[in-house]
Design a binder for this molecule. Structure first.
Ligand SMILES: Cc1cc2nc3c(=O)[nH]c(=O)nc-3n(C[C@H](O)[C@H](O)[C@H](O)COP(=O)(O)OP(=O)(O)OC[C@H]3O[C@@H](n4cnc5c(N)ncnc54)[C@H](O)[C@@H]3O)c2cc1C
Length: 359
């Protein structure tokens, strides 16, 4: 017999869990996750950065709101789960100027200041530099547990091993088969990450062109000691970033390579090339790779997430396409989605308008 709920959220990553936490007290909510564990895909594979200078204006607005909310969550937990992690872009004059032009948060700093803040940088690799002094790092695992616990505390039913395989539109909502479970839901939320378009196909809903892109990261040991409170450094040309991970270094080639929706895995040659790139820009002298992983960042052509009801399919709500911003916008994007679902915000809200699937 089908279980009834007001809202069925498909996807137990940070998008689905944050929405369940936000909506659980107002409506009867269930979450279905295909994997045996929550947040198995992109949400457990991020660099865990909250960068106020990152992304277009609607993203920066949501990031600011999320940072304020995570400060409140820290107070609730009794421990600050945010750490200051100032970010420096380095590279050629042209590349740094382009970064400065795209952000009202970044400020130019001199090459000498960049080298004194991050003495491991090779002087010949830094023609110019820009600083985001407000960038933060979050304990994303704790944030995910908080969202899950808030949802469970509000009575949300969370089902793992429950991939959605069938869906049918009925007079008031949808009947949905997920693993061994069956649901009748007034509204279905598509929070399926890289599988957002494939999920729409199961529902017979027009896809929105959400493309998954690979992004690899690795943790490495270095010959030169890593300062645990050191800066995050990004190549202004988008060819690498690194930051301390305890006494080790977290590194990424920042690649954006189209992929199918899958359990993405790193390619050894990519990681080896990345090590060479970081060794050429710094004096860290990377000794060995401790672990590496790849996740999928999924976004539509214009790079902005899709948050809102589908244009044609009634009661089908998109919460997808977060790209590289899903952690840093999580609370505010869930708040926006919940407000649209409960009707307390309309598409007229400027951020809602920018992220609407109707745009
Ligand atoms: C290397 C890397 C670094 C990153 N760094 C950052 C960062 O510093 N800051 C930041 O903000 N973001 C970062 N991101 C992006 C961030 O990780 C994502 O935007 C975010 O995790 C997306 O969350 P999600 O819940 O939409 O997707 P996911 O976590 O992938 O969750 C979607 C879930 O839906 C489930 N699902 C799919 N189909 C079905 C189905 N049919 N039935 C049931 N369940 C289904 C999947 O199993 C999956 O668990 C990074 C990403 C990568 C890969």
């Amino acid at each position: 017999m089908a279980q009834s709920c007001d809202v069925l959220i498909v996807g137990g990553g940070i998008a689905g869990l944050s929405l369940a936490a936000r909506l659980g007290n107002d409506m009867q909510v269930a979450v279905v996750e295909a994997e045996s564990a929550l947040a198995y895909h992109a949400s457990s594979r991020s660099a865990r950065q909250l960068q106020p200078s990152h992304g277009p204006l609607p993203i920066r607005t949501l990031t600011g709101r999320t940072i304020a909310a995570v400060e409140d969550i820290s107070a609730h937990i009794g421990r600050r789960i945010l750490n200051d992690r100032p970010l420096i872009f380095t590279g050629t004059e042209d590349d740094v100027a382009a970064r400065l032009a795209a952000s009202d948060v970044l400020q130019r700093i001199s090459v000498d200041e960049a080298l004194s803040r991050s003495p491991e940088l090779r002087p010949e690799a830094v023609q110019a530099a820009a600083l985001d002094d407000s960038a933060l790092q979050v304990e994303a695992d704790v944030l995910l547990d908080y969202y899950r616990d808030q949802a469970l505390g509000a009575g949300v039913q969370i089902h793992c091993n429950a991939p959605v395989h069938t869906a049918q539109q009925v007079s008031a909502g949808w009947t949905v088969g997920a693993g061994e479970e069956a649901f009748h839901a007034g509204t279905v939320v598509n929070a399926a990450g890289a599988w957002a378009d494939p999920l729409a196909i199961i529902f017979g809903v027009r896809i929105l062109g959400l493309e998954p892109y690979r992004r690899t990261a690795a943790v490495v040991d270095t010959s030169r000691p890593v300062a645990e409170d050191g800066h995050m450094i990004r190549g202004a040309d988008g060819s690498f970033y690194y930051r301390p991970e305890g006494t080790q270094l977290l590194i990424s080639p920042c690649e954006t390579v189209a992929s199918q929706a899958e359990d993405a895995q790193p390619i050894t040659a990519d990681v080896d090339r990345l090590v060479e790139r970081i060794n050429s820009a710094t004096t860290f002298s990377i000794k060995n790779i401790v672990r590496s992983w790849t996740g999928l960042r999924t976004e539509p052509g214009d790079g902005l997430p899709m948050v809102g009801y589908d244009e044609e399919a009634p009661d089908f709500f998109w919460l997808a396409g977060q790209g590289g911003y899903g952690i840093q916008t999580s609370w505010a994007m869930a708040d926006l989605a919940a407000s649209l679902i409960t009707g307390s915000t309309t598409d007229a809200d400027p951020v809602a308008k920018a992220l609407s699937p109707l745009r």
